[in-house]
Design a protein around this ligand. Sequence first.
Ligand code: CTP
Ligand code: MG
Length: 170
Amino acid sequence: MDLVGAVKAILAALKYYLPAYVANGAPVVFKGKTPIDGGRYFIDGRRLLGDGKTWEGLIAGILAGTSTAAILSLILGEANLLILGFVASTSALLGDIAGSFIKRRMGIERGKPAPILDQLDFFVATTVGLYLMGVDLSLDVVFGLALVTLGLHKTTNYLAYKLGLKEVPW
Ligand code: CTP
Ligand code: MG
């Protein structure tokens, strides 16, 4: 595949991934205060998930991602994008939660960086969700999108930090 072909293929796959990006970013804006783990600790003495994973963030993310999917579905006239966007959004947030679970087990505190995991937990889960829904994504496109996601994450987090939405630039 040439570069133009690769860029086109990645852009074409965005209709499946855009809701997940929105879902993953929404909790940063609509910060919650009810921790999903209910403040509970795991057998290793560390928090199950930590205060950074809240019910409000989860619900806001699913709603924002699914709304994005509804708009895309209308604009493109593809009814299936709504349900796919709901699955992608839910998968993204579950992936983010799984990422926090892994971080806590590694002894990394809430908000402290875990390179790659922080950026790609939601992306990997979204890809699995879309795959289970039967979306045909080539490995090249998924890999290309993963690279784009790594770059995008840095940029948007820095912007969120500058806007005062995040306390740290990662
Ligand atoms: N957030 C939320 N609920 C979620 C996910 C995120 O309220 N389900 C909010 C929290 O305010 C969180 C912020 O979005 O601090 C940024 O998310 P993220 O970077 O994933 O959380 P961290 O605070 O870095 O925590 P962790 O170390 O567990 O990733
Ligand atoms: Mg973080």
